[in-house]
Design a protein around this ligand. Structure first.
Ligand SMILES: Cc1ncc(COP(=O)(O)O)c(C=O)c1O
Length: 441
């Protein structure tokens, strides 16, 4: 009953070899070869440069907070990009993972895995779906959806099945999912891309209807209910329900990428539940295991029975450790009332920031759903991330001009206040500094 007990016990267990001070010293001296004076910015020399990393590293987290190697504390308003929804080192999750690791981390999908069936039942019940395939990430969940749609097309006699995808969409970085992604930045250099995708503008029904009228190869639509990477773009309420109607008329699969919007992030278990419709296929990952890598592709109706033995698979997908992580994360979200909380505090944060920034020149729009929040400025604002470090705040900037906030679902009331004041203050200072420079010139 005492929430701190398990976590403390776990930390004590780790203390002899992995104290925070020792980890920090180890990182500086041994791992990064930087000597006593080594800087955090010198790390990661032997890791491929797929990320433009910030010069900061963290040694531990607790709830909504992360501590860097020097012991400075930061309010985590990013959650590992919509992953750690129940916060860092949640005692119940730590205990469940440790216990399962002590029983069995992995057994092959050649055998029945009771934890996997339990997770499939739970997710299907929450989403009104019929079956689940488990994998390890969001792109793999979307790969499964893309393969499923193609197989569904072939089973219907469509020789060259095609999927409608959206401009500015983000679905992952494997060859299939980057081909589905609507960003040249993500695709450039990886041509030839996979064919079989037809792209239309997001939130534009006439454009989609034009394609629907002329292309007999379409078998599915793949779409994010709220586009995340492109700057938290929330479509008109009628958009996804209208897509549902078109898919029903045409016999296409409506496939929702809920990798970022799922797991209570928007104030419902899944974002489409705000709209009173169900998809045929839905991909999940990110917040599903709160940091333990697990993804899922759920399907309903005819789509639930498309895969047969040998048509798809994943060695690690749905192993007992991953499934226990997800089952426990789901139980925490449920027991702590975090679905409702995400909606409520999300609105409070949007309203609080809007109030604080009222009249500030350079703020174009504050938008979002639940705890998926975007603040669009009228100029590139990547610098805000570093300014955030100085202020003890972790924030994200996406699409160059949008401050994206994805805090934990269990952010405490006092932390909500800190976030509002901190983020609004950062943005005001940034925009005012820009204005002062412009005047000085
Ligand atoms: C909507 C969406 N789909 C898919 C992905 C890819 O997920 P992963 O990085 O786990 O492959 C992301 C990641 O940001 C995402 O936001």
């Amino acid at each position: 009953m005492h929430p701190r007990t398990d976590s403390d016990k776990y930390r004590r267990l780790k203390t002899p070899t992995f104290s925070i001070a020792r980890t920090a010293a180890f990182c500086r001296r041994v791992l990064f070869g930087a000597g006593e004076n080594g800087r955090v910015g010198d790390m990661m020399q032997h890791v491929m440069t797929t990320y433009g990393r910030q010069a900061i590293a963290f040694s531990r987290g607790d709830g909504s907070w992360l501590w860097d190697l020097e012991g400075k504390r930061y309010l985590d308003c990013v959650s590992g990009v919509a992953v750690t929804g129940v916060g860092h080192a949640h005692p119940r999750l730590v205990t469940a993972i440790a216990a399962q690791a002590g029983r069995a981390m992995h057994v092959s999908n050649l055998y029945e895995i009771p934890e996997q069936e339990q997770l499939a039942v739970r997710l299907c019940a929450l989403a009104g779906m019929d079956s689940a395939f488990f994998c390890n990430s969001g792109c793999e969940a979307n790969e499964a959806a893309i393969k499923l749609a193609r197989l569904y097309g072939h089973q219907k006699g469509v020789e060259s099945p095609a999927i409608i995808v959206m401009e500015k969409a983000f679905h992952g970085r494997t060859i299939a999912t980057l081909s589905a992604t609507g960003s040249r930045k993500v695709q450039a250099g990886f041509e030839p891309l996979l064919t079989g995708f037809v792209r239309v503008p997001y939130d534009d029904l006439p454009a989609l209807e034009q394609v629907a009228a002329v292309n007999p190869n379409i078998v599915a639509v793949l779409v994010e209910p709220v586009q995340g990477e492109s700057g938290v773009q929330v479509p008109e309420d009628g958009y996804i329900p209208h897509l549902r109607r078109i898919c029903d008329e045409k016999g296409w699969l409506l496939m929702l990428d809920e990798v970022q919007t799922g797991m209570a992030r928007t104030g419902k278990w899944f974002a489409h539940q705000h709209l009173g419709i169900k998809p045929d296929v839905m991909s999940l990952a990110k917040g599903l295991g709160n940091g333990f890598p697990i993804g899922a592709c759920l399907a309903r109706g005819a789509a639930a029975h498309v895969f047969t033995p040998g048509t798809h698979g994943s060695t690690f997908g749905g192993n007992p450790l991953g499934c226990v992580s997800a089952l426990t994360t789901l139980a925490i979200i449920d027991d702590e009332g975090l679905v409702e909380r995400a909606g409520r505090i999300g609105q409070k944060i949007r309203e609080g920031i809007a109030k604080s920034l009222a009249g500030t020149a350079g703020v174009k729009e504050i938008r979002g759903k639940g705890l998926m929040i975007g603040i669009e400025l009228d100029k590139p604002c990547g610098d805000l991330v570093k300014r955030g470090f100085e202020a003890g705040l972790l924030i994200n900037v996406t699409a160059d001009t949008v401050v994206r906030l994805l805090p934990p679902l269990n952010l405490k009331d006092a932390e909500v206040h800190t976030l509002i004041e901190g983020v609004a203050g950062l943005i005001k200072a940034f925009l005012n500094a820009g204005a002062a420079t412009a005047v000085a010139r």
